[in-house]
Write a protein that binds this ligand. Structure first.
Ligand SMILES: CC(C)(COP(=O)(O)OP(=O)(O)OC[C@H]1O[C@@H](n2cnc3c(N)ncnc32)[C@H](O)[C@@H]1OP(=O)(O)O)[C@@H](O)C(=O)NCCC(=O)NCCS
Length: 172
């Protein structure tokens, strides 16, 4: 999948530098399984976990790439929620590549694909109220804010409210 500038594809082991850059971010390791202390072995284990998500029926995790170079610059993931036909969207972009529309482009590619390929009727995202950049991404990708879940997220030992954003599949 590609819009000509940004693409999504399956992870491969050559993408380990992207995991190293994600590990260097203060926030990504707190909310994901990206290792807080990077080693090549931990980076490869992270990539292998992304493969196993589809095999285990947890969802689909893809790497975000710059199309011209095929360089990995982020991750976008659609989790299958326990509720039938409901998915959850998550993503991150490595720090040097932020502020250039990468997450927005990736979400615009992933959402229509996921609604059809994963037979979703609802795709939602949970975001911390302070994460204004992520809320901009979700709105730009067509999700609407639905409400606020108090103390819904636990990040390390800290509780946080979550804002819920969602998009509904068109009638088929
Ligand atoms: C959130 C994140 C994915 C955004 O990635 P990105 O590629 O920089 O996002 P984009 O460039 O597509 O869009 C960012 C939008 O947020 C806006 N933005 C950026 N920083 C902002 C801030 N501090 N306050 C308000 N808006 C901000 C940008 O102006 C842009 O909005 P626009 O399209 O209306 O101009 C990235 O910062 C990240 O990986 N953060 C850590 C992980 C994370 O928070 N993931 C999401 C969990 S819900």
């Amino acid at each position: 999948m590609s819009d000509g500038r940004i693409g999504l594809r399956r992870f491969d082991e050559g993408d380990v530098e992207c995991i190293r850059l994600a590990s260097s971010d203060p926030d990504i390791p707190k909310a994901t399984t990206v290792p807080a202390t990077f080693t090549p072995a931990e980076g490869l284990a992270f990539i292998h976990r992304q493969w196993s998500r589809a095999e285990n029926g947890e969802g689909v995790s893809q790497v975000i790439v710059e199309v011209d170079s095929d360089r990995a610059i982020g991750l976008i993931w659609v989790a299958l929620r326990p509720q039938r036909h409901v998915g959850g969207l998550g993503y991150w972009v490595v720090p040097p590549e932020r502020g250039q529309g990468v997450a927005t482009a990736a979400a615009r590619l992933a959402i229509p694909w996921a609604l059809v390929a994963l037979d979703l009727r609802r795709l939602e995202a949970w975001v911390e109220p302070e994460n204004l950049a992520s809320q901009r991404v979700l709105r730009s990708a067509g999700l609407q804010r639905e409400g606020r879940l108090r103390n819904f997220l636990t990040i390390e030992d800290r509780s946080s409210d979550a804002l819920v954003f969602a998009v509904i599949a068109p009638e088929r």
